[in-house]
Design a protein around this ligand. Structure first.
Ligand code: OSB
Ligand code: MG
Length: 369
C-alpha cells in the first residue's frame, strides 16, 4: 500500500442523553476521524477515541491532532506499507500516545482489508458471524431513573447491563437493581474512583453476584488491584490499567484481575489487541471489548475485533441509536436479540455517510505524500 493522502477531521456529535462517569459528564462527543487514501484511490477509515479532556487518560483530541499531524501521518506517508502490523515498529520510537497511533493504524487496517477484498473481521482472524453486546449506563440523578433506563435496555434484549459507580453511588444502588432484577447479568464500572481504603464498600458488593467489577482502583495500577482481588469474590476486570501485551502479562501474573476489557485505542491499535487476545486465550483469561462512545467508524472496528474467539463476554458496543440521533455510517449498527450481525463487505463493512460527516465536521486538514 502506498498511502497518498490522509485527512484528519475534528468531528462533533451530540449525544442523545448525557453520559456520566465517576470522572465527569459527556454531553457532546468530540473526536478525530481519519481518512487514508492509497495510490489506487482505496479509502480506509479510523477513529481516535481520545476525549476532549484528559479525564480517562492523558490523551486529548488536541494532543492526538498534534501527534498525528506532526509525527504519525508523515511516517505513514514516508514509505509503502505491506501489512498494518508493520506500523507498531514504525511508531515504536514515539512514546505512548496509543490512541493517536491506534486511530491511524485502524484506517490502514480498513484499507488493507479492502485491498485484499475481505471483511476487517476476517483480516484480523475472527470467525464469528454475530457478536454479543451489552450496554453501559452512566450515573443518574436517582436510583428510580436508573431502574427505568435498565428496564428499557433489558426490553431491548442487551445481554448484560453495566452501571457506572462511584463513592456514594454504589452499594445501595446495586442492591436496588438486584432487588428488581434478581438474575440480570450485571456488572459495575468504577473508572478508578476507589482506593484500598474503600475495602469495606468494595467487599460489600460481593453479595450481589456481579459478573465483575471494572477498574475499581487507580488508572495504571496493577499492584493494589492484586491485593484487592485476593480479598474479593467478585472478579476484577481491568480497563484503564492495561495499555499493552506487557501490561496484560504482568497483571495476569500478579493476579490483579480475572478478566480484561480490551479497548483498541487504549492499547495502541488492532495489532496489539490481537496479541493481547492471543495471550489471554492461552492464560484462560476471558476478554471483552470496551467502548468509548464511538461513532460508527470506531464501532465498526470494535465489532470486527470482537469476532476473535476469546472475546467471551458481551461488549459495550451498543447500537448506534443508543448514542446518536444519526450516525455517520450506513447502515447504522443495530442490535437484535442482543446480537450485532458482523458485516460481510470488505473492510469495516459500513459506508461512511459523507454528507452527515460534513455536517458534523468542524475542522479538517489533509497531508499528502
Ligand atoms: O470506562 O468503559 C469505560 C465511556 C467513556 C469513558 C470510559 C468508559 C465508558 C463506557 C461507555 O463505559 C462505553 C460505551 O458505551 O461506549
Ligand atoms: Mg471502563
Amino acid at each position: 500500500m502506498k498511502i497518498e493522502r490522509v485527512t484528519l477531521r475534528h468531528v462533533q456529535m451530540e449525544l442523545k442523553a448525557p453520559f456520566t462517569t465517576s470522572f465527569g459528564t459527556f454531553r457532546t462527543k468530540d473526536f478525530l476521524l481519519i481518512e487514508a487514501v492509497d495510490s489506487a484511490g482505496v479509502v480506509g477509515w479510523g477513529e481516535s477515541v481520545a476525549f476532549h479532556s484528559p479525564w480517562y487518560n492523558e490523551e486529548t483530541l488536541k494532543t492526538n491532532w498534534h501527534m498525528l499531524e506532526d509525527f504519525l501521518i508523515p511516517l505513514v506517508l514516508s514509505k509503502p506499507i505491506e501489512h498494518p502490523d508493520e506500523l507498531g515498529q514504525r511508531f515504536a520510537f514515539i512514546r505512548k500516545n496509543k490512541m493517536a497511533k491506534s486511530a491511524i493504524e485502524g484506517a490502514i487496517w480498513d484499507l488493507y482489508a479492502k485491498k485484499i477484498g475481505v471483511p476487517l473481521s476476517k483480516a484480523l482472524g475472527g470467525q464469528k458471524k454475530t457478536v454479543e453486546v451489552g450496554v453501559s449506563i452512566g450515573i443518574q440523578q436517582t436510583t428510580s431513573d436508573l431502574l427505568k433506563i435498565i428496564e428499557n435496555f433489558v426490553s431491548q434484549e442487551y445481554r448484560r447491563i453495566k452501571v457506572k459507580i462511584k463513592p456514594g453511588w454504589d452499594v445501595d444502588v446495586i442492591r436496588e437493581i438486584r432487588r428488581h432484577f434478581p438474575s440480570l447479568p450485571l456488572m459495575a464500572d468504577a473508572n478508578s474512583a476507589y482506593s484500598l481504603e474503600d475495602i469495606d464498600t468494595l467487599k460489600a458488593l460481593d453479595e450481589f453476584d456481579l459478573m465483575m467489577i471494572e477498574q475499581p482502583l487507580s488508572p495504571d495500577d496493577i499492584v493494589d488491584h492484586a491485593k484487592l482481588q485476593a480479598l474479593l469474590k467478585t472478579p476484577i476486570c481491568l480497563d484503564e490499567s492495561i495499555h499493552s501485551l506487557d501490561d496484560a502479562r504482568k497483571a495476569i501474573e500478579l493476579g490483579s484481575c480475572k478478566i480484561i476489557n480490551i479497548k483498541i485505542g487504549r492499547v495502541g491499535g488492532l495489532s496489539e489487541s490481537i496479541k493481547i487476545h492471543d495471550f489471554c486465550k492461552m492464560k484462560n483469561i476471558p476478554i471483552w471489548c470496551g467502548g468509548m462512545l464511538e461513532s460508527g467508524v470506531g464501532r465498526a472496528h470494535n465489532i470486527a475485533i470482537t469476532t476473535l474467539d476469546n472475546f467471551l463476554m458481551p461488549g459495550d458496543t451498543a447500537a448506534s441509536s443508543r448514542y446518536w440521533h444519526r450516525d455517520i455510517i450506513q447502515p447504522e449498527v443495530t442490535v437484535q436479540n442482543g446480537l450485532i450481525t458482523v458485516p460481510d463487505h470488505p473492510g469495516i463493512g459500513y459506508e461512511v455517510d459523507r454528507r452527515q460527516l460534513e455536517a458534523y465536521s468542524t475542522k479538517s486538514s489533509t497531508l499528502r505524500m
